[in-house]
Design a protein around this ligand. Structure first.
Ligand SMILES: [Zn+2]
Length: 359
């Protein structure tokens, strides 16, 4: 594990909906600008907290074994009751061993955290986000009609959705969204991919890969049967499309989707703190590694988590670093494929990256 660099560090509050999409929706008149301000303010307030937390986590990793929870599965869902980040995690509503709650949002967050935990344990042999039984804490009812979900460096947080950008209740209900957010925690405790430009797009892509795989595993779907969508059917009235992102068809998920599927369409944006620029295109250029994974998994066939997923996880856990770029990710996944499954699978992985313009 490498420590965050001075003045930079890893930025790990990872919102499912990037700020640039909110701004574009507001400019097109699709959402009231007044509705978007609370979301943008929450992003800004959390930015400072997340840098500090991530540096702390990376420091703790260097001092392994400190401040870790008991090695047993433990999940809890809290209710922020419309409050903001100062009120996190909120009132405890359901913990391990409790029966179903009367609030569907609580049960959705709990059950999808459970599916994600089971995937990492049963498929990848990983015990929670940190590999050592870290408590999986989720909070629901963040803000009022808040159109986002995020990992804040320590826990998952879900807004209710306004109906305009996301359907009410949809964020905690969608297992690919929940799996995506929890995977940001896994990335934080493994490669620590810095949340900017290509390393940030890899961070986003790995979260999409495992968000989709948690869903495929929960539904028992093969690579051919899977929809390869993040947030299928959760969009509100102002985003026209099938999902928030498509790993199969980057750029085709909704009317504002500008994800490239190939390096020739790479969107070169500065990491200048302007929310329009998406930390240097982390939610935009993630389409390229997403497509490389989709090609690998569908060419290998069968269940995507059995080979492609294990290769991508091994690369994350043992080879990728804070500043890895796309070329390093290609080399890392090829090396992991060779080590785990031999030359044929390694060649499939290499050709998939080549087909999206990465070599
Ligand atoms: Zn994300």
């Amino acid at each position: 594990m490498v420590q965050g660099e001075p003045g930079g560090g890893n930025t790990m509050v990872c919102f499912i909906l990037p700020a640039h999409l909110l701004i574009e929706l507001a400019e097109a008149g699709n959402v009231d600008i007044r509705d978007t301000i609370p979301t943008l303010l929450a992003s800004a307030a959390l930015r400072t907290q997340r840098d500090t937390l991530t540096e702390a986590v990376q420091f703790l990793d260097l001092n392994a074994g400190q401040l870790r929870g008991p090695a047993s599965e433990f999940k809890a869902v809290h209710d922020v009751q419309g409050g903001d980040e100062r009120n996190l995690p909120g009132v405890m509503r359901r913990k391990e061993g409790d029966g179903a709650n009367s609030d569907p949002a609580v049960n959705d967050a709990f059950d999808n955290a459970d599916r994600t935990y089971d995937f990492y344990r049963d498929v990848l042999g990983r015990h929670s986000v940190d590999g050592n039984g870290l408590r999986l804490v989720s909070s629901v009812h963040f803000g009022r009609g808040f159109d986002n979900a995020f990992w804040d460096g320590t826990q998952m947080v879900y807004g209710d959705g306004s109906g305009k950008v996301f359907q009410p209740g949809a964020l905690a209900r969608d297992v690919s969204v929940v799996g995506h957010e929890i995977t940001h925690g896994v990335v934080q405790y493994t490669a620590g991919l810095r949340y900017r430009q290509q390393s940030g797009a890899l961070n986003e892509s790995w979260a999409d890969v495992f968000g989709s795989l948690v869903k495929q595993h929960a539904l028992g779907q093969s690579a051919d049967q899977a929809d390869w969508l993040i947030g299928a059917g959760i969009l509100g009235t102002q985003l026209q499309g099938v999902a928030l992102r498509s790993m199969k068809d980057p750029g085709k998920a909704h009317q504002l989707d500008r994800q490239p599927a190939h390096m020739r369409s790479y969107v070169d944006l500065p990491d200048d703190g302007n929310p329009r620029n998406d930390n240097g295109g982390v939610h935009i250029n993630s389409g390229i590694p997403n497509k490389a994974f989709h090609l690998t998994a569908t060419r290998l066939g069968g269940n995507a988590w059995e080979r492609a997923g294990k290769v991508w996880y091994d690369a994350l856990a043992t080879k990728l670093r804070v500043n890895s770029d796309f070329a390093e990710a290609a080399a890392a996944t090829v090396a992991s494929a060779q080590a785990l499954f031999g030359a044929d699978v390694a060649n499939t992985v290499r050709s998939a990256w080549n087909d999206v313009g990465v070599s």
